[in-house]
Each structure stands twice: as structure tokens, then as C-alpha cells.
Design a protein. Sequence first.
Length: 257
Amino acid sequence: MFLRSFPLLCLLAFASFFTACTDDTDTNLNPAPSQPGTLDVEIDHVAGTEPLAFNTTYTTAAGDKFTVSRFKYYLSNFTLGKTDGSSYLVPESYFLVDEADPESKFFTLADIPSGDYTSLSFTIGVDSTRNVSGAQTGALDPINNMFWTWDSGYIFTKLEGTSPQAPNQALVFHIGGFKKPNNTIRSVSPTLRGVTIPIRKDRNPAVHLKADVLRLFTGPNTIRFATTPNVMGGADAVKIADNQRAGFFTVDHVHTN
């Protein structure tokens, strides 16, 4: 009886072994996809080498003195790039950064595909589509007092303060506009200083940015408060937006752990 059952037992054992091997092979050929991770962004506001503080006197590169009483701006459309040329646009990445609200200077980009990223770019301002998309919520809610009209759109950067060089000592810089020839939407890609950002589920990388208010008034275009104390869009806003693109943001350091 045993001898007659032996071939059947061998066949069953062989089938079990073959099935186990097949399962292992399938698992190796189809590994579980890597889970997404996050990137923290932290921003410090400075005036040259000094931390920015309201109602403190600073001096521009051209020698004009000024104070700041209000400073806020939009950042949007964060994109991370890899060395192979591929990139990932973070959906719905719209943030209103306000010097008066410390928490607004720290935010998290979530659900980024796992990988190693070597560049970071973003927009100073709000893209043209959102400028004409009607009433919105969150950072883009008109209640934030960063919106002109449905025709003119969002104020991308707002700086207000005083200067003894200004005719009435008041400074008002409202930088916005998304239509030619006065389009002030600017994309920037501050260098990561050669650091690769590892996005993983078990990592918590962070990029620490500096935004320098002095760079609003110097760069490709020198802004003097005696002649340009009040900007509400238009050609002068384009000049300041070009200054922002040229060096308003720098990467201070990157955490990769």
C-alpha cells in the first residue's frame, strides 16, 4: 500500500515546491510600490544680513532708508526635479506667507513620490488660471486681502512701510498682474547647494529658505523711493518682480534626515 502511494506523494510534494517557487518569483518581479514622503519648507525673512523686524530701519543698496510694517506674498506650484530630467508638480501647492504670522513661514509638501530629487522650483505669485477662477478658499480666499478684482487678480507680493526719501514718507508696493505686458508671475529655482533631497516614507527632509526684502529694490533694476514710492501693478511692478526672480530667495541649508 505504501509503495503504491509513494509516487502520488512525490507528485504532491513536487507540485507544492513548484507553487512556492512560483509565488516567490512573482513577488520578486512585482515588488510593492514605494510609499510617498513629505518635504518641509521653512522660510526666514531677512534684510541683508539682519533678521527682518517690523518698524526697524534698513538701508537699500542705493542708500535709501526704510521700515516695513507689512510683508506678505504668495508661493505656488512647487516642483521637484530629478537628475534624469523627470519632475513632480505638487498638486494644489498654494501658500500665503506672512511675516505677521510665524506659522505661515513653515509648511509641508505632502504625498511626493519616493525618489532622490536634486532641484526645487516654485512660483512667486499665483498662476493665471487661478487668477480668473472665481471665488476660492484657503490661501487664495479674497478675505486674505491679497486680491484686487476678478479682472486684475491677486496681489502676489505686498510690502508696506515708510521711508524718509519718499515724498510723503509712505511706501506701498503691491506687486501683481498676470496679463501682458505687465505680467509679474515669476518662477524661481534657488540652488540646493549640491544637496540631494531623499523623499521616503521614513525620512523627514526640509529645505530652509531665506527671503531678502532688500532684493526687491536692487538687482536688474534699482528702485529709488524718491521716484517710486508707490507701486500698484504696472511697469514698475514688473521691475520689482524681475528683481525677485534674480535673487529674492536663497537656500540657506537642507536637512536630509
